[in-house]
Design a protein around this ligand. Structure first.
Ligand code: SF4
Ligand code: SF4
Length: 150
């Protein structure tokens, strides 16, 4: 991956171990999402998690959608096939606290499936949390049932 050595805070050359790594940092991207406030918000996140290769985590109070898709430029030898034109985010990424070197990220919350979110919502909002959607459906359905027929 990174071909140039980066300096640590003390100004010394930081030890780069990309040649020992399977390109972990090129195998996903994480985007910040709005902090969920109510059951509907959490249910939206449950929907994200219903898709393959997605996770959601919370770090320092911020929520992120994690998409576990490798970059198209990650070569079979785990090196970048687009090194000269790689995006800024890749150029500025620091190995000091990357996936390989920092170990446990210590997420406050980490959801890897919709089922996990389902259980979390039941604990947070009560075991009947999903009944509200059925109730909503019934409420919406009402006017239709009252429609006059010719
Ligand atoms: S995860 Fe760290 S060691 Fe692995 S390629 Fe990325 S920057 Fe290099
Ligand atoms: S462009 Fe290269 S460095 Fe950036 S994520 Fe893709 S493979 Fe990794």
């Amino acid at each position: 991956m990174a071909k140039t050595k980066k300096k640590d805070k003390a100004g010394k050359k930081a030890k780069i171990r990309c040649h020992l790594c399977s390109g972990l940092c090129c195998r996903y991207f994480a985007l910040p999402i709005e902090t969920p406030e109510d059951a509907d918000d959490y249910d939206d996140i449950r929907w994200y998690l219903s898709h393959t290769q997605t996770q959601v985590f919370v770090e320092d109070g911020d929520w992120y959608l994690n998409v576990l898709n490798p970059c198209i430029y990650l070569g079979p030898d785990n090196r970048c096939l687009n090194y000269e034109k790689r995006p800024k985010i890749c150029r500025t990424y620091k190995t000091d606290d990357c996936e390989l070197t920092s170990g446990d990220y210590g997420y406050e919350l980490h959801f890897t499936s919709d089922k996990q979110m389902e259980e979390y919502m039941k604990i947070k909002f009560g075991p009947k949390v999903f009944e509200r959607y059925d109730a909503k459906k019934r409420t919406k359905a009402k006017p239709r049932s009252k429609r006059k027929t010719r």
